[in-house]
Design a protein around this ligand. Structure first.
Ligand code: SAH
Length: 344
């Protein structure tokens, strides 16, 4: 039986539920604090609730927790990768990266992915199901409890396409930024999409103040459609139109992700074409040397190519960064650990 998912409720929804049971309002505040501020994984830990109430909650509600199946720690940069088990046989990945400004967690938003980008390990094994808001929260609470440190930044860049799980992701964002819970600022959250155009418009209208990352990876439809099937539904013109709407609506700069793949999208001509397309946009380009995935044939662009590509973009007035590769020694890029587990 699917028990009600109490951790996915907003404070107001929890309060309505508690008062409908004839209980005082302050019980809702206590439960919410246990769930989201202290991040506990069981009702029995909610020490200031009467035993009878803890037992009743246990009967009626389920805490969809992540439990740690595998934990890998990078020796070179302190990156920690978790493979979580959700329900038996269901696995999700989560990575914690250590930066000067704090700990940033990269979470999964779906089990598997429908998008099928050709360089990404996440789609291997197909799509299984959407993650609940409570499960995305649990990815963070579990890592925090394990590390004994507070997480300050979140990137929705793990397995899955966040805008293909729109309702649950939006609810997650509301819960994780709630000052009665983990209280993470929207300014410290990035959401990465492969370009589900209608949802970019929806997100823009929410005015959330988070950073939108768009996985572009190519300067034209020909190359992009070859790498990313989603481009056959919404081509680059349509995508960039949505991005311009987003920046106009939110005044937030978009971060374009561009994975550099040897001989595929890293020529001078590609750089010129990309610069022309992004001309005048409130944006920033993040170049990522492609992570070699065991199941895929792509190779990283050479260092001199990367440098030249970045120089061309800068000369054309774009702001460019080259992503530092973290956790390479522990297979920290999208879906690799999960894919390996699913094959065993
Ligand atoms: N579905 C979302 C978020 C998940 S992927 C999206 O597409 O944006 C997070 C980022 O990692 C995306 O930019 C994705 O294109 C990139 N990525 C996936 N596999 C990669 C690989 N092998 N090397 C480098 N980047 C990769």
């Amino acid at each position: 039986m699917n028990q009600a998912d109490i951790r996915s409720l907003t404070f107001e929804e929890l309060q309505a539920l508690i008062t409908s049971r004839g209980l005082p309002k302050f019980r809702a505040a206590q439960i919410y604090s246990w769930l989201h501020e202290k991040g506990v994984g069981s009702f029995s830990e909610m020490q200031n609730l009467p035993k009878s109430l803890r037992e009743a909650l246990e009967q009626e509600y389920k805490l969809y927790n992540c439990s740690i199946d595998t934990k890998l720690c990078s020796e070179s940069d302190g990156t920690v990768k978790y493979l979580y088990e959700l329900q038996p046989g269901e696995y999700a990945e989560c990575v914690v990266m250590r930066y000067k400004y704090g700990l940033s967690v990269c979470i999964s938003t779906q089990l598997g992915c429908k998008m099928g980008c050709s360089f990404c390990a996440s789609a291997i094994g197909g799509f299984r199901r959407q993650l609940r808001s409570s499960e995305m929260l649990s990815e963070i609470y579990t890592a925090q409890a394990d590390l004994g440190e507070r997480i300050s930044h979140i990137v929705l860049m793990g397995t899955g396409e966040p805008l293909d799980n729109y309702e649950n992701v939006l609810r997650f964002l509301r819960l994780v930024t709630d000052e009665r819970g983990l209280n993470i600022s929207m300014r410290h959250i990035s959401l990465s999409t492969c370009g589900i155009v209608p949802r970019i418009y929806d997100l823009a209208k929410e005015h959330l103040g988070l950073t939108l990352s768009v996985s572009l990876h190519a300067p034209n439809d020909e190359i992009r459609s070859g790498l990313m099937p989603v481009n056959r539904t919404w081509g680059i013109d349509e995508l960039l139109r949505a991005c311009r709407f987003y920046t106009k609506e939110t005044s937030r700069r978009i971060s374009f992700e561009y994975t550099m793949i040897d001989g595929v999208n890293d020529s001078d001509a590609c750089a010129e074409e990309l610069a022309a397309r992004l001309h005048g946009m409130l944006c920033h380009v993040n170049l990522i040397p492609v992570n070699t995935v065991r199941e895929k044939q792509y190779q990283k662009s050479r260092a001199d190519r990367l440098r030249r590509f970045s120089e061309i973009l800068e000369k054309r007035g774009l702001t460019v960064t080259v992503r530092r590769t973290l956790g390479e020694d522990i297979n920290a890029s999208c879906g690799q650990l999960r894919a390996a587990k699913m094959q065993t």
